[in-house]
Write a protein that binds this ligand. Structure first.
Ligand code: NOJ
Ligand code: CA
Length: 557
């Protein structure tokens, strides 16, 4: 079978709990996804990432797996999954699963057995260590707050969890664990999935001495990532993983990877890299506060733009990125990347085109294509996400008022992206006939698939047009592997670049500022391939960009 050219694809991420509920229990499910495959095909998607659907207690919404071989009851059955896979294939859509192998759920059989006998076979599947003088073994802080070590009742032992205490970390130094994981991965690949999005993979390698590091917060703890960043040897684990699984199936893989240095990039996503690609998290990294969401820096457009160019420059000649502006761990892109005055359909279209035409493989997160936005919770009780609750507490501990802490969550919460998909203007946005597990965003009467389908000027129809262009025979190679040339970077509010392949050159130019900008450029006979505004014929050869304007232009010398 001929390998798909992954960087000519357009991918879509489904967060199954919030996509479409088919049986009225308020929770999205596999049959709901099947119902909407035609919608995805019509949008132009040919690669589909489904966030975890395995059996899980859902402490971290499925990123805590209690059985890798079972579909969560809430989502349906293995038969539903097989049908989903077959129906997707029929429509030219490859499916990738989420691979969560840094940790399992504490309800996984392995961990339950380990708890009963930490010194036995299954104890060695995880990391159990003795405490020190009545304290946990080290001073690491988990991603979701507090120590990474949870005491085991009735013993002097603790177990390690980089995330929630219900997500114990697996021991990748144990060959039995590797054998179990490889078997499971190959089992799914044998089923015919195209590959995986690989969760939190950078955390699998632990420092052999588990040293303490200097505290970086008032709690006396240090970020877990400090240990990760000071630990060598993850490459051997990842190579072994790839050779024993992905390579055998020609699988596509996209890594959730942060903090790889320039040397590492080649090893991660070079021609023989551990993964096919990895996400470019530039936007996310720039939004991180030193201590939490409460001290996040003010959004700096120019810095983001320059860093995006820099990121692509670093992988020039090495590989390609998976480009994202949204996922289930981030607030909505419209609210993060656009100034308030451009958080409308015009601005959202501009943001879409700017990232869709960068080199690499674009991932669209559910609802992004209709311009879904953050919601405003009136109380912390409206939040479900474990991470949000922790960040709220952190903000309060740092001295913010309840109102301020809530505002921080409204800006940064992962639940912003997890509210139910807005299908139409009927009750609960057509997501469910029951009570949705998480509140639907109040704006669903205006922002929804059905009404946008009917409106030729909608965000949805713009996305469709952009995707058609991305995949068009004339341009797909250019967008996949054409050179990237940053342009007009002296204009602080302009995001512009050329994509160049042979004698074909396409200019993408956007104005993220709040006033019009005329860029010094004579477009001559250039042809506008895509734009979000009506351009007067007399103005056609000028690059005068109103606030929120985007133009994609085939240049003619
Ligand atoms: C990254 C996932 O995207 C996130 O949702 C999850 O909480 C952590 N990894 C832990 O699995
Ligand atoms: Ca359901």
């Amino acid at each position: 079978m001929e390998q798909k050219k992954w960087n000519e694809c357009v991918a879509y991420q489904i967060y199954p709990k919030s996509f479409k509920d088919s049986n009225g229990d308020g929770i999205g499910d596999l049959r709901g996804i099947i119902e909407k495959l035609d919608y995805l095909k019509d949008l132009g998607i040919n690669l589909l990432w489904i966030s975890p659907i395995y059996q899980s207690p859902f402490v971290d919404q499925g990123y805590d797996i209690s059985d890798y071989y079972k579909i969560a009851e809430e989502f349906g059955t293995m038969e539903d999954f097989d049908e989903l896979l077959a129906q997707a294939k029929k429509r030219g859509i490859d499916v990738i699963m989420d691979l969560v192998i840094n940790h399992t759920s504490d309800q996984h059989e392995w961990f339950q057995k380990a708890l009963k006998d930490p010194e036995g076979k299954y104890g060695n599947y995880y990391h159990f260590c003795k405490g020190k003088d009545g304290n946990p073994p080290t001073n690491y802080r988990s991603y979701f707050g507090g120590s990474t070590w949870e005491p085991v009742e009735g013993t002097d032992l603790y177990y390690l969890h980089a995330f929630a205490k219900e997500q114990p970390d697996l021991n990748w130094e144990n060959p039995e664990v590797l054998a179990e994981l490889y078997k499971m991965i190959n089992w799914w690949l044998d089923k015919g999935i195209a590959g995986f999005r690989i969760d939190a993979i950078i955390n699998i390698k632990k420092h052999p001495d588990l040293p303490n590091y200097a505290a970086d917060g008032d709690d006396g703890l240090v970020k877990y990532t400090t240990m990760v960043e000071n630990t060598e040897g993850i490459g051997e684990l990842l190579r072994d993983l790839k050779e024993n699984t992905f390579d055998k199936h020609g699988a596509f893989t996209v890594g959730e990877v942060f903090n790889v240095d320039e040397e590492g990039l080649k090893e991660f996503i070079g021609p023989d890299g551990y993964f096919t690609t990895m996400f470019d998290f530039t936007g996310e990294i720039l939004s991180k506060g030193k201590h939490g969401w409460y001290d996040a820096p003010k959004w700096d457009f120019t810095k983001w733009r320059d860093k995006v160019f820099e990121a692509h420059e670093k992988i020039r000649g090495i590989g390609f990125y998976a480009n994202v502006i949204e996922n289930h761990d981030e607030p909505r892109g419209a609210n993060r990347y656009l100034p308030k005055s451009l958080q409308n359909s015009k601005g959202i279209k501009m943001l879409a085109a700017v990232y869709l035409f960068l080199p690499g493989l674009p991932f669209i997160y559910q609802g992004q294509e209709i311009g879904m936005q953050n919601f405003t919770a009136k109380s912390i009780d409206e939040y479900d996400d474990i991470n949000t609750i922790d960040e709220y507490k952190k903000a309060i501990a740092a001295g913010l008022t309840k109102e301020q802490a809530l505002e921080v969550c409204n800006t940064h919460s992962r639940d912003n992206a997890r509210t139910p998909m807005q299908w139409n203007e009927s009750e609960n946005a057509g997501f469910t006939t029951g009570k949705p597990w998480l509140k639907v965003n109040d704006n669903y009467k205006t922002i929804n698939v059905e009404s946008e389908k009917a409106n030729p000027e909608s965000v949805l129809n713009f996305y469709k047009e952009a995707i058609i262009l991305h995949k068009e025979d004339n341009y797909k190679e250019l967008f996949a592997k054409g050179e990237l040339r940053a342009c007009f970077t002296e204009y602080k509010e302009i995001f512009a670049y050329e994509r160049v392949l042979g004698d074909k050159k396409v200019l993408i130019a956007a104005n993220f500022g709040e006033s019009a900008v005329e860029v010094e450029k004579d477009l001559g006979e250039g042809i506008i391939l895509l734009t979000n505004e009506n351009i007067d014929n007399a103005e056609k050869n000028k690059l005068r960009l109103s606030p929120g304007a985007i133009r994609v232009i085939l240049e003619k010398e």
